[in-house]
Design a protein around this ligand. Structure first.
Ligand code: SAT
Ligand code: MN
Length: 599
């Protein structure tokens, strides 16, 4: 089998992998339809997949993970750099030697009695100068079928690789699916990933968080580009002008919804074009602007809460050729359901663990048992999205006019504001946070800082990452403007002040106007006020036509409260302490400036 592989670097690596993993057989995936049908048939036979109703959901299948294996396991995720310092205070670290000894022993013979699938894949549009190649081996058909959707997988990747040695080496085995023997290891210096003991998306689709963020952020710094946890979206105004923005949010802040947003009725003529919903690779173009590609080929999105009101485009994307993981299965007519679905729950079904479930099922505490796991997912081809951008596969990417950072903050952060310049913008990204309210789990007001939404995904020392961002800005003659948004500000009674969803386009419209204004947008102009935290829209500059919102609520949404912000500065100080002397002086400068501005 391996004899057919012409690339000697690849063959050499695979020879070693086979000796270690000892699979019964080996299959090189070509990405063809025939291969998909064969593997699907096998997975149906073993129960790894369940065929869904092919009339209602053509090409759709259902999968359940082990019940201890339903999300990324950050505490079992390691950055294995030679020098511990290079992983930084926010990552788990193991030395490459220790990691290979310890986890190599788990890989030894892990594929006995199993088939090893070899998947060459491309991240980024085929032929793009910014695309990267990876090869993942796995013993899971579910992983192969997901990777077919999430990446450009198969013969075309081998073709693009040619005889180059420049590819990511990814080794995955389900192992015995025990949490005690689960590890997700990154060796950035060797462009290598090892993952064992899991069958869940982010741990095993090595193209996604492992390669496209952790390894790519490391490579990006070395090679002069950015790998970011950002959606990419084009906003077409009524004149047909399209402005592209990239946006980073921590989880549960509506990234996929924003990427596929439907403009409100009253904003006629606006169109939203999705380029990506999770990851952006960004390079500086010849014109000194920043260009973004979406390295992925599909969406791996959260399902609960998705319906025709919250995200019709996501709903339409997942009507065919989709793999559903850990939702409710109606065994009668082979359809699926989840909490927040448009239709009412089936009267009797199987929950995400395969147990009999009814909508009224209560747990020991008398609470309703959820049928779908809160982190249940759909995997669907990006090309099926009704609002996919005609430029989503442009080899050079799309030009980014604005970078938007966002968090979930009940107080403090206004609906939208603009940083004064790149350095201030990096500070705004570095101090991104989400706050819990009493209605949610955790302590009220408890803040979790998540710089650029990259805390779990930065493949090197985060203090160095801040430095790299600061320096990167100086290389662009025409850098994007940097903004911050908060859709979640609350009034004193705990009510949301902003309606969210499609109406968020009103804040985005202000962002776009700030980017495209003829006057110098490093000044306040007539659509913004300069405040201690940056430029905040004048209430009159936000388009509120067709929106029911009181002047008081609007004023509250845009208010910068001195006391809240002084407290915020204190909290940021606490968070930054872990970086010690490594924290760039520019970040300290911005922190001091903010404090001074607040008086
Ligand atoms: O499972 S993934 O890590 O890919 C999804 C997510 O958490 O964003
Ligand atoms: Mn993500």
């Amino acid at each position: 089998m391996l004899e057919s592989i012409a690339n000697q670097h690849l063959k050499g690596w695979l020879d070693g992998v086979v000796v270690l993993l000892k699979p019964d057989s080996v299959r090189l995936c070509d990405g063809s339809e025939t291969e998909k049908e064969e593997l699907t048939a096998q997975a149906l036979k073993t129960g790894e997949l369940v065929e869904l109703n092919q009339e209602k959901l053509p090409g759709c299948y259902y999968h359940r993970t082990a019940s201890n294996d339903v999300a990324r396991t950050e505490h079992l995720t390691f950055i294995c750099t030679t020098d511990r310092q290079n992983a930084g205070p926010t990552n788990n670290w193991m030395s490459p030697e220790d990691a290979k000894a310890k986890v190599g022993a788990l890989f030894d013979g892990a594929m006995k009695g199993r088939t090893m699938y070899i998947m060459p894949y491309v991240m980024g549009p085929i032929g793009s100068p910014y695309a990267k190649i990876g090869v993942e081996v796995t013993d899971s058909i579910y992983v192969v079928l997901n990777m077919r959707i999430m990446t450009r997988m198969g013969a075309k990747a081998l073709e693009m690789l040619g005889d180059s040695n420049n590819f990511n080496r990814g080794m995955h085995s389900k192992g015995d699916l025990s949490v005690d023997r689960r590890f997700i290891l990154h060796f950035p210096e060797e462009n290598t990933i090892w993952s064992i003991g899991s069958g869940y998306g982010g741990n095993v689709l090595l193209s996604k968080k492992c390669l496209s963020l952790r390894i790519a952020s490391f490579l990006g710094r070395k090679e002069g580009w950015l790998a970011e946890h950002m959606l990419i979206v084009g906003i077409e105004d009524p004149n047909g002008k399209v402005t592209y923005v990239a946006a980073a949010f921590p989880s549960a802040c509506g990234k996929t919804n924003l990427a596929m947003m439907v403009p409100p009725e009253s904003m006629k003529g606006y169109k939203i074009w999705t380029v990506g919903d999770d990851i952006a690779w960004m390079n500086i173009g010849k014109d000194g602007r920043l260009y973004a590609i979406n390295p992925e080929n599909g969406f791996f999105g959260v399902v609960p809460g998705t319906n025709m009101k919250t995200n019709p485009n996501a709903m339409l994307t997942m009507q065919k050729n989709t793999i559903y993981t850990n939702v409710v299965l109606n065994p009668e007519d082979k359809t699926i359901w989840w909490e927040g679905h448009d239709e009412s729950a089936p009267e009797k079904a199987l929950d995400w663990q395969g147990n009999e479930w009814m909508p009224e099922t209560l747990d020991a505490d008398g609470k309703k048992v959820k049928g779908a796991h809160p982190n249940s997912r759909f995997t669907a081809p990006a090309s099926q999205c009704p609002c996919i951008s005609p430029n989503w596969e442009a080899p050079e990417g799309v030009p980014i006019s604005a970078i938007i950072f966002g968090g979930r903050r009940a107080k403090t952060a206004p609906l939208v504001y603009q940083s004064r310049d790149w350095q201030h913008g990096v500070y705004v990204g570095a101090t991104m946070a989400s706050e819990r309210t009493a209605a949610q789990y955790g302590k009220q007001g408890e803040l979790r800082y998540d710089p650029m939404a990259m805390l779990p995904f930065c493949g090197y020392n985060m203090a160095e990452y801040f430095k790299y961002w600061l320096e990167f800005g100086k290389r662009m003659t025409n850098p994007p403007k940097i903004f911050h948004v908060n859709w979640f500000r609350q009034g004193d009674g705990g009510n949301f002040l902003w309606p969210g969803f499609g109406e968020n386009l009103r804040a985005i419209e202000w962002v776009v106007n700030r980017c495209n204004m003829a006057a110098d947008s490093t000044k306040s102009g007539d659509n913004a006020d300069e405040t201690s935290i940056g430029f905040v829209p004048k209430a009159s500059a936000l388009n509120t036509s067709g929106l029911e919102i009181s002047q008081e609520n609007l004023a509250e949404l845009l208010r910068v409260d001195k006391e809240e912000w002084l407290q915020e500065v204190e909290n940021r100080n606490e968070f930054f302490k872990q970086f010690g002397e490594d924290l760039p002086k520019e970040i300290k400068e911005e922190q001091e400036k903010l404090k001074k501005n607040l008086g």
